[in-house]
Design a protein around this ligand. Structure first.
Ligand code: ZN
Ligand code: ZN
Length: 351
């Protein structure tokens, strides 16, 4: 074991503060990564404040699952990475590798999956600690390659916000000639717009704020609709192949289902607290479908990173030192960031 600097929350009501955590020394299949940047995901905030009854938080909690860094040590059996390589870690750090989900490349659904933080740690006991830390040790299967041409601060959020939006679009066949809607223009939504545009689709952004229209166009949208304007919504009735709904606040999804054409699909990636209401007729009439999606497996996450390298796609980020993380959370709650915070982990050195 060795000690690593980190930021943790001691309870649901305490701010994140500097601490020291134990990391395991790399075993034969492990890589140790010095963390350069870690994105701030909305999940981090929910988790440290204990807001998910189905995923109780174990304190102290070190969040962070959008990790980019450089490999410093590797175990004797590691073949895919060597010291000096860039590497990325997303929401998962382990799985059994043998169950049907793992064999299908869908490690995120493995019943034995270990998530990057607040998940039972089978090596050290207690729970896993995330990326708000100077280093992390993972099995090499969970360390992804980072294209050398990408800005690293903007690459970190690809590991959660990126794959969360990329995966359902691939699954639903978003490509040139398709009409795609993206609901919400935050950390997830802005990545959805970038990917849909890069896939060649006609992209329509739905926003509640008219002032976000210009931002939508800059990100690659072809049209922007103010969702509170019934006339604007009506113009698009029955016309979409796919809609990605990124909103985590309570909202009327039936209004969006009605915008789908025959066999159109709406996929939810946001997670509102309360059950959503959908009219059965909205689904029946044009054989529409409603889905959810959760990050992506390892192979697809690597595919997404490679796609981003080939198309120069990164998240739009505001880089902050770790000392500003609590303030950043308050701003996140007000949607006051374009579009993701990325923590420069060099700032941990002074702690
Ligand atoms: Zn996340
Ligand atoms: Zn498995």
């Amino acid at each position: 074991m060795y000690n690593a600097k980190a930021y943790s929350a001691g309870s649901a009501t305490s701010p994140l503060a500097s601490t020291t955590i134990a990391r395991r020394d790399p075993g034969e299949h492990d890589v140790q990564i010095d963390i350069l940047f870690c994105g701030i995901c909305h999940s981090d905030l929910h988790q440290i404040r204990g807001e998910w009854s189905s995923l109780p938080t174990v304190y102290p909690c070190v969040p962070g699952h959008e990790i980019v860094g450089r490999v410093t040590r590797v175990g004797s059996a590691v073949t895919r990475l060597e010291p000096g390589d860039l590497a990325a870690v997303g929401c998962l750090v382990d799985s059994d590798g043998t169950c049907p989900e793992c064999r299908a490349g869908l490690e995120q659904f493995c019943p034995e999956a270990t998530f990057t933080y607040n998940s039972p740690d089978k090596y050290l006991g207690n729970v896993t600690y995330g990326g708000y830390s100077e280093s992390v040790v993972v099995n090499e299967r969970f360390a992804l390659r980072v294209p050398a041409n990408l800005d690293l601060a903007g690459t970190a959020p690809l590991l959660c916000a990126g794959i969360t939006t990329y995966s359902p679009m691939r699954r639903q066949g978003v490509t040139k000639g398709k009409k795609v809607g993206v609901v919400g223009l935050g950390g997830l939504g802005h990545m959805g717009v970038k990917f849909a545009h890069a896939f060649g689709a006609h992209v329509v952004v739905f926003t509640t704020s008219p002032h976000k229209k210009d931002d939508a166009f800059q990100l690659g949208a072809d049209e922007a609709v103010v969702s509170r304007n019934a006339d604007e919504m009506e113009k698009h009735a029955g016309s979409f192949d796919f809609i990605l709904d990124t909103v985590s606040a309570d909202h009327d999804i039936d209004a969006y289902v009605k915008l789908l054409g025959r066999d159109g699909n709406l996929t939810l990636v946001g997670a509102p607290d309360k059950p959503l209401s959908v009219s059965a007729f909205s689904l029946l009439l044009r054989r529409r479908s409603l889905s959810g999606s959760l990050i992506g497996g390892l192979a697809e996450t690597q595919e997404m990173l490679d796609f981003c390298g080939a198309h120069q796609i990164t998240s739009d980020v505001e880089v902050i030192p770790i000392q500003q993380v609590n303030e950043a959370y308050e701003r996140l709650l007000r949607s006051d960031v374009k579009y993701r915070f990325s923590i420069d982990m060099a700032s941990l050195e002074s702690e």
